[in-house]
Design a binder for this molecule. Sequence first.
Ligand SMILES: *[C@@H]1O[C@H](CO)[C@@H](O)[C@H](O)[C@H]1NC(C)=O
Length: 159
Amino acid sequence: MHILSTLAFTLLPLLPLTHAIGSAVVQNNCTDPVYLWSVGGSIGPRQTIAPGSSYSETFHRDATSGGISLKITKTPNGLFDGSAQTNYAYTLNTDTNTVFYDLSDVFGDPFSGSALSVVPSDSGCGSICWANGVPPAGSQVKSCQANSNEVLTLCATSC
Ligand SMILES: *[C@@H]1O[C@H](CO)[C@@H](O)[C@H](O)[C@H]1NC(C)=O
């Protein structure tokens, strides 16, 4: 313990002068599992999120695409079989220390009939909530400082 803390204090000043970076979190409050792929320039491995569980990744930039889209379906092969998909997209801008986030659907609305909410850990930043799981018209893009966590809850209790 002593050695570890000494090491931590020794190394701390060597860390680059960047701000802490937050996470995109997907909380599955539905009664069935959901499937998620983190997609940038390439497609990440399938993540299965059990009911009551969550998936989280630190905000980052993709070298090719810049932005990242967390693609969520209710079916195990959903990304590849044309299933309805909810896209929780974010773009980290390290120059301005800002993260932009957005929610959209393609090929249908997998979570229609229940609420979908994106709630930032900093309540001063914009949240997104679809009361019936169906996107409203118009742009949804919100932003927050990069050290915030933005939590998408599937089958949220309400908006
Ligand atoms: C998700 O479920 C947890 C556990 O039941 C609950 O505490 C939380 O309020 C729910 N979140 C939302 C946004 O409904």
